[in-house]
Design a protein. Structure first.
Length: 159
C-alpha cells in the first residue's frame, strides 16, 4: 500500500502515516514500515520538501509563505522547510509575482480611469496574497506593473 502511494507521487512521512492510519494499520507496524522506507531512502522528507518547493514555485508561482504552510500541512518540520525554501531567492519570488500580474493584466483596458485601476490593483494584490505574498509586497508589485501597463496604454500602439 505504501509503495503504491509512492508510485503516484512523492509523499512525506506524515502523509504516508495518515494513509496507513486510514487503513487501520496498527501504529507500531506503521512506524516500523515507515522507518524501513526511510532507511532505504524511499521516504525522505528533505528531498520531498526540495521537490515540492521547486515544483509549486514554478507551476503555481507560490511565495515562500504559502510554500511554508503547505510543507507544514504535509508534516515537514520548520528546519527542513527552511532549508528547502533557501533555493527560492527573493529575486525569483519577485519575478514570479510580476510575471503572474503581467499575465493577468494582458489585454486589460481602461487603466487610465482611476476607479478601474484601483479595482484592478485590489484584485491583483488579493490574488498575490492568496499565493502567500505579503500585502505590502503584493501592492508594490501590482502598483509597479499596473503603472507600466497604464503608461503603455497611454502611449498607444507601437508601429
Amino acid at each position: 500500500m505504501v509503495l503504491r502511494q509512492l508510485t503516484s507521487s512523492p509523499k512525506s512521512r506524515l502523509q504516508l502515516a495518515r494513509k496507513l492510519a486510514e487503513r487501520n494499520v496498527p501504529d507500531d507496524v506503521a512506524e516500523a514500515v515507515l522507518d524501513r522506507f526511510e532507511e532505504v531512502r524511499l521516504v525522505d522528507d528533505a528531498e520531498f520538501a526540495d521537490m515540492w518547493v521547486r515544483s509549486r514555485s514554478q507551476s503555481r508561482k507560490l511565495a515562500k509563505g504559502a510554500l511554508r504552510r503547505e510543507l507544514a500541512d504535509k508534516g515537514i518540520d520548520g528546519d527542513t522547510a527552511a532549508v528547502a525554501l533557501e533555493q527560492l531567492s527573493d529575486e525569483a519570488e519577485e519575478a514570479a509575482a510580476r510575471e503572474l500580474v503581467e499575465r493577468k493584466l494582458r489585454g486589460a483596458t481602461g487603466l487610465e480611469d482611476r476607479e478601474t485601476r484601483d479595482k484592478t490593483t485590489r484584485r491583483l494584490a488579493s490574488m498575490l496574497a492568496r499565493k502567500g505574498y505579503q500585502p505590502s509586497q503584493a501592492f508594490r508589485f501590482v502598483g509597479e506593473v499596473v503603472a507600466d501597463a497604464a503608461a503603455r496604454e497611454d502611449a498607444g500602439p507601437a508601429y
